[in-house]
Write a protein that binds this ligand. Sequence first.
Ligand SMILES: *[C@@H]1O[C@H](CO)[C@@H](O)[C@H](O)[C@H]1NC(C)=O
Length: 304
Amino acid sequence: MEMMTKKYYDWVVGVILLYGVCSGIVGVFGVAPKKAVDVPFQKNYVPSWSADHIKYINGGKEAQLLLDKYSGTGFQSRDAYLFGHFSMRIKTVPGDSAGIVIAFYLSSQGAEHDEIDFEILGNRTGQPSILQTNVFTGGKGDREQRIFFWFDPSKLFHTYSILWNMYMIAFLVDDVPIRVFKNSKDIGVRFPFNQPMKLYSSLWNADDWATSGGKEKTDWSKAPFTASYSSFHIDGCDAATPQEIKTCATSGMKWWDQKAFQDLDGYQYRRLKWVRQKFTIYNYCTDRSRYPSVPPECVRDRDI
Ligand SMILES: *[C@@H]1O[C@H](CO)[C@@H](O)[C@H](O)[C@H]1NC(C)=O
C-alpha cells in the first residue's frame, strides 16, 4: 500500500472505530428503544370485530380501519406478552373527527387486569385532537393524563410505542417520551409484572364523552371515517404457558432489561418536561380535588 493511502486508510479505520466506541457509549446511556421492525399486519395481528371494516393495502403493510354508523372495528395481537417493546404507526382520521376515538393498548384478562393505554380523541376540523394515556394495575386505573399533540396527527404517520420492562413503562410518541410509569412496588403501588398482555387497537364512536366532554357529536354525513396503521412492530417475551410466563418474568436477559432501558436518561427527562410544560391538559398527579394527597407513584415518576 502506498504511504498516503495507508495513512488515509488508518484514518478511516480510526474514525470508524471511534464512531463504534461512541455509539457503544450512547448505547449504554441512551434509552431510545431498539428500532422498530416493520412487518405486515397479518404477522402479529388478527381482526377482533367487524373484520369487514378493515382494508389491507400493499399486502397488509398498511391497514385502514373504517367507522360508519353501523360499526367501528378493531384488531388484536395473535400472542400475549410479558414485557417488551411494541409500536404502531398511526395516521388518525383526517378532517372532522369529533366524537371518534382511536385506541392502541396492551391489556391482560380478568378482574384484576393490567392495562397500558393510548387513546386519541378526535375533534372538529381545525380543532386539536387529544392524546390520553392511562395505566391500570390489578384492575385499578384512574391515572389519566391528557396532552395536545405538537403536530397534526392526521397529516402523516406517527409512531406510538410502549416499552415495558420490570423497571418501568415508557410511553413514546416518535421517540419523545410523553409519560413514564415506574415500578413503585416498594412503596405499595402495583406494577404489571406477571399477567401477559395482548395488544389491541380500535376505532369507534364515543361521542358521549370524547370531544369537549361529549358536547360535540359525530357528524355521520362525513362517514366513513378512516384511520391508517402501519409498522405492526412487536418485540415481546411470548407468554402463552405458565412456564413461559415464569421465564419472561424472571429472565432479565432481554435487551429491554439492560441498564440503558431501566430509566429515562437526562435528555429524555428534558423532553418529557417539555411535553409536560407545553402540551399537558390534564394530569391525575396534579388533580388535588380528585386526589387530595399525591399518588405515591407520581413522585417517583417526577410527575408533579
Ligand atoms: C376540541 O376543541 C375544543 C375547542 O378548541 C377544545 O376545548 C377541546 O379540548 C378539543 N379536543 C377534544 C378532544 O375535545
